[in-house]
Design a protein around this ligand. Structure first.
Ligand code: SAH
Length: 248
Protein backbone atom coordinates (compact mmCIF):
# COMPACT_ATOMS: atom_id res chain seq x y z
CA UNK A 1 0.00 0.00 0.00
CA UNK A 2 2.82 2.39 1.02
CA UNK A 3 4.70 1.49 -2.15
CA UNK A 4 1.63 2.26 -4.28
CA UNK A 5 1.25 5.69 -2.64
CA UNK A 6 4.90 6.43 -3.31
CA UNK A 7 4.60 5.45 -6.98
CA UNK A 8 1.55 7.71 -7.36
CA UNK A 9 3.42 10.62 -5.74
CA UNK A 10 6.34 10.02 -8.07
CA UNK A 11 4.02 10.01 -11.09
CA UNK A 12 2.50 13.34 -10.06
CA UNK A 13 5.94 14.93 -9.62
CA UNK A 14 7.02 13.61 -13.04
CA UNK A 15 3.86 14.99 -14.65
CA UNK A 16 4.45 18.40 -13.05
CA UNK A 17 8.05 18.43 -14.29
CA UNK A 18 6.90 17.65 -17.82
CA UNK A 19 4.12 20.28 -17.67
CA UNK A 20 6.42 23.07 -16.47
CA UNK A 21 9.31 22.29 -18.80
CA UNK A 22 12.08 20.13 -17.41
CA UNK A 23 15.08 21.45 -19.31
CA UNK A 24 18.16 20.48 -17.32
CA UNK A 25 21.38 21.78 -18.81
CA UNK A 26 19.66 24.07 -21.29
CA UNK A 27 18.95 27.76 -21.20
CA UNK A 28 15.87 29.67 -20.11
CA UNK A 29 14.88 27.04 -17.59
CA UNK A 30 11.11 26.88 -17.31
CA UNK A 31 10.54 28.42 -20.76
CA UNK A 32 9.32 26.23 -23.55
CA UNK A 33 11.85 25.62 -26.29
CA UNK A 34 10.11 25.92 -29.64
CA UNK A 35 13.41 25.64 -31.47
CA UNK A 36 14.74 22.32 -30.11
CA UNK A 37 14.22 20.52 -33.42
CA UNK A 38 15.74 23.36 -35.45
CA UNK A 39 18.77 23.36 -33.17
CA UNK A 40 19.21 19.57 -33.43
CA UNK A 41 19.10 19.85 -37.23
CA UNK A 42 21.61 22.70 -37.17
CA UNK A 43 24.06 20.59 -35.15
CA UNK A 44 23.60 17.53 -37.34
CA UNK A 45 23.55 19.01 -40.84
CA UNK A 46 25.58 22.21 -40.52
CA UNK A 47 28.21 21.09 -38.02
CA UNK A 48 28.55 17.33 -37.60
CA UNK A 49 28.12 16.59 -41.31
CA UNK A 50 30.85 19.13 -42.06
CA UNK A 51 33.30 17.20 -39.92
CA UNK A 52 33.14 18.69 -36.41
CA UNK A 53 32.59 15.74 -34.07
CA UNK A 54 34.08 16.94 -30.77
CA UNK A 55 31.38 16.15 -28.15
CA UNK A 56 32.05 19.29 -26.07
CA UNK A 57 31.53 21.52 -29.10
CA UNK A 58 28.43 19.65 -30.30
CA UNK A 59 26.89 19.68 -26.79
CA UNK A 60 27.56 23.40 -26.39
CA UNK A 61 26.03 24.20 -29.80
CA UNK A 62 23.00 22.14 -28.90
CA UNK A 63 22.46 23.63 -25.46
CA UNK A 64 22.82 27.36 -26.21
CA UNK A 65 19.55 28.92 -27.37
CA UNK A 66 20.80 30.83 -30.42
CA UNK A 67 17.36 32.41 -30.91
CA UNK A 68 17.82 34.32 -27.63
CA UNK A 69 20.84 36.10 -29.14
CA UNK A 70 19.25 37.51 -32.31
CA UNK A 71 16.82 40.44 -32.66
CA UNK A 72 13.10 39.57 -32.46
CA UNK A 73 12.67 39.96 -36.24
CA UNK A 74 15.27 37.23 -36.93
CA UNK A 75 14.29 34.63 -34.31
CA UNK A 76 12.74 32.32 -36.89
CA UNK A 77 15.96 32.43 -38.91
CA UNK A 78 18.25 31.88 -35.90
CA UNK A 79 19.18 28.29 -36.86
CA UNK A 80 19.74 28.92 -40.57
CA UNK A 81 23.14 28.31 -42.11
CA UNK A 82 24.23 31.97 -42.20
CA UNK A 83 25.22 35.04 -40.21
CA UNK A 84 22.43 37.44 -39.14
CA UNK A 85 22.32 41.18 -38.38
CA UNK A 86 22.42 42.14 -34.68
CA UNK A 87 22.23 45.94 -35.17
CA UNK A 88 24.89 48.67 -35.36
CA UNK A 89 26.14 47.20 -38.66
CA UNK A 90 27.37 44.02 -36.87
CA UNK A 91 26.50 40.34 -37.27
CA UNK A 92 26.24 37.12 -35.27
CA UNK A 93 28.45 34.58 -37.08
CA UNK A 94 27.14 31.58 -39.01
CA UNK A 95 26.70 28.61 -36.60
CA UNK A 96 29.32 26.50 -38.43
CA UNK A 97 31.96 29.23 -38.07
CA UNK A 98 31.20 29.51 -34.32
CA UNK A 99 31.62 25.73 -33.96
CA UNK A 100 34.76 25.66 -36.13
CA UNK A 101 36.51 28.45 -34.21
CA UNK A 102 35.50 26.91 -30.87
CA UNK A 103 36.95 23.56 -31.99
CA UNK A 104 40.17 25.13 -33.27
CA UNK A 105 40.89 26.65 -29.85
CA UNK A 106 41.17 23.13 -28.42
CA UNK A 107 39.89 24.26 -25.03
CA UNK A 108 38.60 22.24 -22.08
CA UNK A 109 37.03 22.73 -18.67
CA UNK A 110 40.22 24.20 -17.23
CA UNK A 111 40.76 26.84 -19.92
CA UNK A 112 40.59 30.64 -19.63
CA UNK A 113 39.64 32.30 -22.90
CA UNK A 114 39.65 35.89 -24.21
CA UNK A 115 37.20 36.90 -26.94
CA UNK A 116 37.48 40.13 -28.94
CA UNK A 117 34.06 41.14 -30.35
CA UNK A 118 31.29 40.09 -27.94
CA UNK A 119 28.55 41.19 -30.36
CA UNK A 120 25.40 39.30 -29.40
CA UNK A 121 27.23 37.24 -26.75
CA UNK A 122 26.49 33.96 -28.55
CA UNK A 123 30.10 32.84 -29.12
CA UNK A 124 30.92 33.69 -25.50
CA UNK A 125 27.97 31.58 -24.31
CA UNK A 126 29.08 28.61 -26.44
CA UNK A 127 32.60 28.85 -25.03
CA UNK A 128 31.30 29.25 -21.47
CA UNK A 129 29.63 25.84 -21.73
CA UNK A 130 33.06 24.25 -22.27
CA UNK A 131 35.69 26.30 -20.45
CA UNK A 132 36.35 27.63 -16.95
CA UNK A 133 36.33 31.38 -17.66
CA UNK A 134 35.47 33.59 -20.64
CA UNK A 135 36.58 37.23 -20.86
CA UNK A 136 34.94 39.11 -23.70
CA UNK A 137 35.41 42.66 -25.00
CA UNK A 138 33.03 44.69 -27.19
CA UNK A 139 33.79 48.17 -28.56
CA UNK A 140 30.20 49.25 -29.37
CA UNK A 141 28.62 50.34 -26.07
CA UNK A 142 24.95 49.48 -26.82
CA UNK A 143 25.98 45.99 -28.02
CA UNK A 144 28.06 45.52 -24.89
CA UNK A 145 25.16 46.62 -22.67
CA UNK A 146 22.70 44.37 -24.46
CA UNK A 147 24.84 41.20 -24.47
CA UNK A 148 26.02 41.78 -20.91
CA UNK A 149 22.41 41.97 -19.73
CA UNK A 150 21.36 38.91 -21.73
CA UNK A 151 24.26 36.75 -20.49
CA UNK A 152 23.42 37.72 -16.89
CA UNK A 153 19.71 36.96 -17.42
CA UNK A 154 20.59 33.55 -18.85
CA UNK A 155 22.67 32.84 -15.75
CA UNK A 156 26.21 32.66 -17.14
CA UNK A 157 28.50 33.14 -14.15
CA UNK A 158 31.82 32.37 -15.84
CA UNK A 159 31.68 35.19 -18.41
CA UNK A 160 33.13 38.64 -17.74
CA UNK A 161 32.35 41.43 -20.21
CA UNK A 162 34.13 44.72 -20.95
CA UNK A 163 33.27 47.72 -23.13
CA UNK A 164 36.64 48.69 -24.63
CA UNK A 165 38.88 48.44 -27.68
CA UNK A 166 39.84 44.77 -27.77
CA UNK A 167 43.01 45.56 -29.76
CA UNK A 168 44.72 45.98 -26.38
CA UNK A 169 43.38 42.73 -24.91
CA UNK A 170 42.64 42.53 -21.19
CA UNK A 171 46.00 42.60 -19.43
CA UNK A 172 44.53 42.40 -15.91
CA UNK A 173 43.40 38.82 -16.62
CA UNK A 174 46.24 37.72 -18.93
CA UNK A 175 47.71 35.34 -19.90
CA UNK A 176 44.95 33.36 -21.65
CA UNK A 177 45.03 29.73 -22.77
CA UNK A 178 43.15 30.74 -25.92
CA UNK A 179 42.16 33.95 -27.72
CA UNK A 180 39.35 34.20 -30.26
CA UNK A 181 38.92 37.30 -32.39
CA UNK A 182 35.53 37.53 -34.07
CA UNK A 183 36.26 40.63 -36.18
CA UNK A 184 38.79 40.87 -39.01
CA UNK A 185 42.09 42.69 -38.74
CA UNK A 186 44.76 43.49 -41.36
CA UNK A 187 47.36 42.21 -38.93
CA UNK A 188 47.50 40.34 -35.66
CA UNK A 189 47.38 42.85 -32.78
CA UNK A 190 50.71 42.51 -30.89
CA UNK A 191 49.10 42.97 -27.42
CA UNK A 192 47.02 39.84 -28.08
CA UNK A 193 50.14 37.82 -28.92
CA UNK A 194 51.70 39.05 -25.67
CA UNK A 195 48.64 37.98 -23.67
CA UNK A 196 48.59 34.43 -25.05
CA UNK A 197 50.04 31.75 -22.72
CA UNK A 198 52.97 29.68 -23.93
CA UNK A 199 51.34 26.65 -25.56
CA UNK A 200 48.19 28.72 -26.24
CA UNK A 201 46.14 29.07 -29.43
CA UNK A 202 44.64 32.13 -31.10
CA UNK A 203 42.03 32.07 -33.85
CA UNK A 204 41.63 35.30 -35.87
CA UNK A 205 40.30 36.36 -39.27
CA UNK A 206 43.10 38.25 -41.02
CA UNK A 207 42.51 40.42 -44.07
CA UNK A 208 40.98 43.60 -45.49
CA UNK A 209 37.63 44.95 -44.28
CA UNK A 210 34.53 43.64 -46.09
CA UNK A 211 36.57 41.43 -48.44
CA UNK A 212 37.53 37.78 -48.22
CA UNK A 213 39.80 37.15 -45.25
CA UNK A 214 41.76 34.15 -43.99
CA UNK A 215 40.87 32.43 -40.76
CA UNK A 216 44.27 31.95 -39.15
CA UNK A 217 45.22 29.70 -36.23
CA UNK A 218 48.29 30.84 -34.33
CA UNK A 219 50.12 28.65 -31.85
CA UNK A 220 52.51 30.09 -29.31
CA UNK A 221 55.18 27.54 -28.47
CA UNK A 222 56.48 26.83 -24.99
CA UNK A 223 59.37 29.27 -25.61
CA UNK A 224 57.13 31.91 -27.15
CA UNK A 225 57.82 30.97 -30.79
CA UNK A 226 54.86 31.43 -33.14
CA UNK A 227 53.53 29.15 -35.86
CA UNK A 228 50.55 29.98 -38.08
CA UNK A 229 48.15 27.93 -40.15
CA UNK A 230 45.54 29.21 -42.60
CA UNK A 231 42.31 27.29 -42.03
CA UNK A 232 39.79 28.64 -44.55
CA UNK A 233 38.39 31.77 -46.19
CA UNK A 234 35.90 33.82 -44.19
CA UNK A 235 34.11 37.17 -44.22
CA UNK A 236 33.93 38.97 -40.87
CA UNK A 237 33.03 42.55 -39.93
CA UNK A 238 36.19 44.61 -39.36
CA UNK A 239 38.02 45.15 -36.11
CA UNK A 240 37.52 48.87 -35.56
CA UNK A 241 39.71 51.16 -33.53
CA UNK A 242 37.19 53.86 -32.68
CA UNK A 243 33.74 53.62 -31.11
CA UNK A 244 31.26 53.24 -33.97
CA UNK A 245 28.78 56.12 -34.07
CA UNK A 246 26.50 54.46 -36.60
CA UNK A 247 23.23 53.40 -35.04
CA UNK A 248 20.38 51.44 -36.54
N1 SAH B 1 31.15 36.99 -31.47
C1 SAH B 1 29.98 37.73 -31.90
C2 SAH B 1 30.08 38.17 -33.34
C3 SAH B 1 30.38 39.58 -33.32
S1 SAH B 1 30.65 40.43 -34.82
C4 SAH B 1 28.70 36.94 -31.65
O1 SAH B 1 28.77 35.77 -31.23
O2 SAH B 1 27.62 37.51 -31.85
C5 SAH B 1 32.10 41.30 -34.35
C6 SAH B 1 31.99 42.23 -33.17
O3 SAH B 1 33.29 42.79 -32.97
C7 SAH B 1 31.05 43.41 -33.39
O4 SAH B 1 30.09 43.43 -32.38
C8 SAH B 1 31.98 44.62 -33.32
O5 SAH B 1 31.38 45.75 -32.75
C9 SAH B 1 33.13 44.09 -32.48
N2 SAH B 1 34.39 44.82 -32.61
C10 SAH B 1 34.92 45.40 -33.71
N3 SAH B 1 36.10 45.96 -33.42
C11 SAH B 1 36.33 45.74 -32.09
C12 SAH B 1 37.38 46.09 -31.19
N4 SAH B 1 38.44 46.81 -31.58
N5 SAH B 1 37.29 45.68 -29.92
C13 SAH B 1 36.21 44.96 -29.47
N6 SAH B 1 35.17 44.63 -30.27
C14 SAH B 1 35.23 45.00 -31.58
Amino acid sequence: MKALKFINKFRIILLLLIMFGFSAGSEAIGKSDDYAAARKNMVLYQIRHRGITNPDVLNAMESVFRHEFVPEAYKKKAYEDRPLPIGYGQTISQPYIVALMTRLLNVDKGSRVLEIGTGSGYQAAVLARIVKEVYTIEIVKPLHDCSNKLLKTLGYQNIQTLNADGYFGWSAHAPFDAIIVTCASDFIPPPLIDQLSPGGLMCIPVGPPFKVQHLVLIKKGKKGELSTKVITSVRFVPLTRKQSRKEE
